[in-house]
Design a protein around this ligand. Structure first.
Ligand code: SAM
Length: 331
């Protein structure tokens, strides 16, 4: 049975946050220092609960792709053991596994992640300057991240993407440098529009639309559009290079019509949309209780999806929302 909302959108892609803490304090995401309260949150889904959830999603709800995010997923204790656990499900059902990571703790885990069936890696990198890296993230993990990206590329994952959130007067002067740096790699470089979230000081003057980014890249490189089924990213080949570029236009040109994503927070709340409130009831209480049948959990997930809105509010309305924090959602 497919996971379908009131607007007939089929949801076969689920993003699960493994942890609601991060080791970086990126200015656009997690500006307040969460390291101070950095401890394992007892209310996050355990690995056993996550295993049960994933089993239900792929066996009963025909989910085809699961992406793990955070916080920073790779700082969770024993995370490799978790990927080993779910590799048995992957062998049985053949779904795709992706991770979105800041790359700071990736290098030493890459081979194990590959071995346990991770197909796709999205790695965040917002600048090619160490000084700016520290200014944006609050930490100096510049070398670790760059080295991890280069090794990931060499390991032949199904896909490696480098994600850069572009903010005016912070890193918008680096668009061409990014293309230059990655042009000989067979990866996708994605420039993401800066989105408003609680406490991230978003305002219009810092926002650069995907069209403006593309225009600037085209001052030096010619781009050829790639037809794609999904509209999440507008993708282009960089002519005479191995690199592809994608622009994520969540704000200036939303792609809600084709949204096939469901998000689950680290504490097990369902989020129908990146910008909507999470479900009041957590899946944790259901997943932890073996007396509750898988069928009941399937119904709960399906019912939650029925309140999904047709499209998310405008940027200004989003900026006015409180309680929408990327740290707990995971992007
Ligand atoms: N820690 C991981 C990472 O850095 O990739 C995963 C979590 S992070 C919240 C997921 C993605 O959301 C990253 O690519 C990050 O750049 C993006 N992101 C966070 N805040 C954003 C914002 N305000 N606007 C656009 N993208 C944002």
């Amino acid at each position: 049975m497919k996971l379908t909302d009131n607007f007939d959108r089929i949801h076969d892609y689920v993003r699960i946050s493994l942890i609601d803490k991060c080791n970086l304090n990126c200015i656009y995401c997690n500006p307040s220092n969460t390291l101070a309260k950095f401890e394992t949150n007892k209310s996050i889904l355990s690995y056993e609960e996550l295993y049960r959830l994933i089993h239900i999603l792929i066996r009963d709800l025909e989910v085809k792709k699961i992406r793990f995010t955070g916080g920073e997923p790779l700082i969770r204790k024993d995370v490799i053991k978790f990927f080993e656990m779910i590799s048995s499900l992957k062998k049985q059902y053949g779904f795709e596994i992706g991770i979105t990571t800041n790359g700071t703790h990736l290098l030493e885990k890459l081979e194990a992640l590959k071995k346990f069936g991770v197909d796709r890696l999205n790695i965040s990198l917002d600048t090619l300057s160490r000084t700016k890296f520290i200014a944006i993230t609050g930490k100096d993990f510049f070398d670790e991240t760059i080295t991890a990206i280069q090794k990931a590329i060499s390991l032949d994952f199904k896909s490696v993407k480098v994600n850069a959130v572009i903010i005016k007067n912070i890193n918008d002067d680096e668009l061409i440098d990014f293309v230059e740096f990655f042009k000989s790699y067979s990866i996708t470089l994605r420039f993401i529009e800066y989105m408003p979230f609680t406490g991230n000081q978003w305002d219009d003057s810092k926002f650069l639309s995907w069209r403006e980014m593309k225009y600037r890249v085209e001052q030096k490189y010619s781009l050829t559009e790639i037809e794609s089924d999904g509209k999440v990213s507008k993708d282009f080949f960089v002519d005479h290079a191995k690199l592809k570029i994608g622009f994520i236009s969540s704000i200036s040109d939303h792609f809600c019509d084709s949204c096939n994503r469901l998000r689950i927070t680290a504490t097990g709340q369902i989020k129908n949309c990146l910008f909507s409130n999470p479900s009041e009831v957590s899946l944790k209480s259901l997943l932890a209780d073996r007396a509750i049948s898988d069928k009941t959990i399937v119904e709960f997930i399906q019912n939650s999806l029925q309140s999904k809105w047709m499209k998310h509010p405008s940027a200004d309305e989003l900026a006015a929302l409180n309680q929408n924090n990327m740290m707990s959602i995971g992007g």
